[in-house]
Write a protein that binds this ligand. Sequence first.
Ligand code: RM4
Ligand code: MN
Ligand code: MN
Length: 413
Amino acid sequence: MPTDFHQKSLSLLSEQLSARGLDTNYLIQKIAAFQIAVPSWALGAGGTRFGRFLIGGEPRNLEEKLEDIGLLAKLTKRTDAVSLHIPWDIPQDLQLIKQKAADLQIRFDAMNSNTFQDYGQPLTYKLGSLSNAAADIRKQAVEHNLLVIEVGKELGSKGLTVWLADGSNFPGQAHIRKALQWTTESLQEIYAGLPADWKLLLEYKPYEPNFYHTVIPDWGTSALICRQLGERAKVLVDLGHHLPNTNIEQIVATLMHQNMLAGFHFNDSKYGDDDLSTGSIKPYQLFLIFCELVNGAEEKAQTWESISWMIDASHNTKDPLEDLIQALESISQAFAKSLLVDRKKLNQCQLEGDVVGAQEVLQDAFLTDVRSLVREARIQSGGEADPLEYYRREKIREKRILQRGKNSQASGL
Ligand code: RM4
Ligand code: MN
Ligand code: MN
């Protein structure tokens, strides 16, 4: 993208925006300030149950994962934090990891516990963890979460994300009410161990890996449990954790209305928990979600700062770093577009029952090409004008392969 072309596009857009009463500089600052965490499991190749194909040069340890996130931060200026998954990424040397992150100006976002796999712990999670009928298995799972909190405290994290695979594959396998009760009680024990300035982010997911029933299948169940924990427990929305065609923006609005939205896991999906790149399948939905987020914060349903942001995608066929660059760009674009919505006009349309007018307002914002605005925000923050182009031109993956090897494999799913 030649510089003068960028400048021309930006000034044309500024002109359009000021005609709509919008201040370009204000928008640039907003876009530049919006930072999204990257999880430690996103830097390697993802896979499916049918296989996993290495991409070469995958990070071999947590330090190298931090280096990759540091690079993303430097190029895009859209991420400043890592979200660790325990036990995939237990820091061996805490001081070293803290120093490395500090050098790269990376914070530690919410910690993720893992009781959906066996990794050498004494009792198996095959039939569930926090919901297990066996009290000693529930205890082991609670203790794992408490340990994750301890690690997070050392690193300066302020949140614990819990995603449970618990459920059953066949009718009759589980006592549905008891499983819910045990899960709630286990989470109450975990919540009791949460530092006062931490929050608990509780995920939900309708199915997979269990296919008959899942203990926390939807946002409502998650919210019911959070209510029984305390006000620092809130619902985490992972975009892929819905049945097809669910109105996710409505869920966001409802949760914000109750001050119950903990945060987001960004990805996109066609069918289920596909973990595809954010904005690659349903960009209009992503925009509508941001409209609710921005409006909910503006109207003080819930503060913007109380919401956590993370990408949770799987990179099966793309270079993870390229995919993350694309995702960060899509998220910034959706956010930028949502800032352009003419709220006054929309409210007016709603009051007057002007259905056509309301749609025009939203589409006017959505169809605006904001790429130069997002680019300018990145340039002004010291990032690259075109991070993807830079990444390819500088042959970063090739250099990673030389340094880390062709067959290195990052820890993760
Ligand atoms: C789950 C869920 C969790 C993530 C795991 C790897 O489906 O999205 O957030 O930790 O995948
Ligand atoms: Mn998730
Ligand atoms: Mn998921």
